[in-house]
Design a protein around this ligand. Sequence first.
Ligand code: HEM
Ligand SMILES: CC(C)=CCC/C(C)=C/CC/C(C)=C/COP(=O)(O)OP(=O)(O)O
Length: 301
Amino acid sequence: MTDSVIAPEIMDSPVSSGTVRDYVALLKPRVMSLVVFSGVAGMVVAPGHLHPVLALVAVLCIAVASGAAGAINMWYDRDIDAMMDRTAKRPIPQGLVPADEALAFGIILTIASVALMGLALNWVAAGLLALASGFYIFIYTMWLKRRTPQNIVIGGAAGAFPPMIGWAAVTGDVSLASIVLFALIFFWTPPHFWALAIFRKLDYQHAGVPMLPVVAGERETKKQMLIYTLILLPLAISPYFLGIGGLTYLAGSTILGLAFVAYAVQVLRSEDHKPAKRMFAFSILYLFLLFAILIGEHLAV
Ligand code: HEM
Ligand SMILES: CC(C)=CCC/C(C)=C/CC/C(C)=C/COP(=O)(O)OP(=O)(O)O
């Protein structure tokens, strides 16, 4: 899609109300699914027990807050989303949802989910949920994304909160184990995102977003990705030593971690973008499987 197709007056004026499908798209549902899964992992491994209805409410709050932050991100980024092939078909650049409606939708859902978490669960979990939203919206989207190639390293903390939020929903506190789960996603995010940024480099270049492959080049990005996967390897194994993962987790996290490092080596060695595409897909599978093993072990006991 070219820039000329998107009429600026459509992007900003409330000419139409979108369909349910358009509003669902504003919530970035596929990203939300893994955010929710990691939140569930935090809830399942935390010591203690929640009434199933309260557990469901906590999951709902994480899902809605994550989606709402996505909607506000799409409101703020509507100009650059319109310029990139990957994001040009989103509801705001397409004129399907007026920008101010998307903003209102995001704000209302954010307030509702944080308030519900506080009232139904506890205010530590609600505070962390608000912090995650604030990090994604203000620190990542509004401050860092367009200014520095370290945007996703620092801003990536937003996406690392969900297991900590899930843990806090159960226990009402923050502990070493929940900090380790936070750190795990924090160090996973750069290889996850830079793999995509390598094969979407032209998009970012076109939109003027200073992602690492655009600013420092692909070679430097690939080196950094390898460094992060090497840090992630022992970090992902450490839940075993903290007693929240069992022997299956020890074996699984080691194999998955070595595979992630092998993907990073392949990406570093290659000149074309295919290995980066494969690594991006694997990054999602990696995190999903890691948390699936943790959850599985706890439910099996
Ligand atoms: C600052 C941190 C992060 C950045 C910059 C980032 C960036 C991205 C981007 C640009 C995409 C492509 C989305 C699309 O094509 O619509 C993506 C996909 C995805 N991300 Fe992330 N991500 C981050 C953190 C996370 C976190 C924390 C999770 C979950 C725990 C996550 C889960 C996913 C999933 C599941 C997809 C695949 C969506 C699909 O199938 O289209 N991401 N990410
Ligand atoms: C409240 C809560 C639990 C928050 C979770 C926050 C969250 C969903 C973090 C993930 C960050 C993410 C998907 C960034 C996408 O980058 P981008 O926005 O630059 O991607 P885009 O180009 O696809 O819009």
